[in-house]
Design a protein around this ligand. Structure first.
Ligand code: ADP
Ligand code: 5GP
Length: 189
């Protein structure tokens, strides 16, 4: 596989990662979003093949058996997510840099596999209380999945020091600027 650089962005759910990633991609055409595979149901407005490749559990397990993934995780109970090798290759072959937006364990996994050509960024909400508030306002969670995400977030925060850079997403504009400058330095190096 012809390898280029990789930008890895991770965060506990609700930190603002998707919001920041969308802004970064809009301003940075040299980056291309690596579309993950997953087995959760699409949210309103999500498009198959653009936000995720949505699969049944059986189809996802078949891809695991075919060694189609750079990494995969059961991020939430019964819900698989994985980075497809074919996505990375497609993006490198286009002369672009893949941006992978993945959970903390998946991010550590990719960082371990590509220590010399990856930049890993951990996005952090200012506090767990603020993160809870954001998830409630986003209105995508049931009371059970909200608690599952909060409890996972508390655990994931302990891994923050293992990433190359931590960006605290308090003021959105300031965090977006910091993210862009960090990626810029990596891509120009
Ligand atoms: P993630 O992808 O990390 O789960 P999202 O990007 O979906 O997070 O953001 C969670 C919610 O918080 C969204 O409703 C988003 O609009 C909001 N949000 C993102 N960044 C900020 C910020 N800096 N201040 C306040 N709300 C924010
Ligand atoms: P959501 O269900 O909110 O879209 O995503 C839940 C979590 O799964 C997020 O932290 C997201 O970054 C992560 N995720 C998305 N794609 C992948 C992937 O390919 N691999 C891993 N390990 N996590 C992923």
């Amino acid at each position: 596989m012809k390898q280029g650089k990789i930008v890895i962005i991770t965060a506990p759910s609700g930190s603002g990662k998707t919001t920041l990633v969308k802004r970064l991609l809009a301003e940075y055409p040299a980056l291309a979003f690596s579309v993950s595979a997953c087995t959760r149901k699409p949210r309103v407005g999500e498009v198959d093949g653009k936000d995720y490749h949505f699969y049944t559990v059986e189809a996802f397990q078949q891809l695991i058996a075919e060694d189609a993934f750079v990494e995969w995780e059961m991020v939430y109970e019964g819900k698989y997510y994985g980075t497809l090798k074919s996505e990375m290759t497609r993006i490198w072959n286009e002369g672009k840099t893949p941006l992978v937006d993945i959970d903390v364990q998946g991010a550590l996994d990719i960082q371990r596999q590509y220590p010399h050509n990856s930049l890993s960024i951990f996005i952090q909400a200012p506090s767990i209380e603020e993160l809870r508030k954001r998830l409630v306002l986003r209105s995508t969670e049931t009371p059970e999945t909200l608690e599952e995400r909060i409890s996972k977030a508390t655990y994931e925060l302990t891994f923050a020091p293992q990433f190359n850079t931590i960006i605290v997403n308090d003021n959105l504009d300031a965090a977006a600027t910091e993210l862009k400058e960090t990626v810029n330095r990596f891509l120009l190096a």
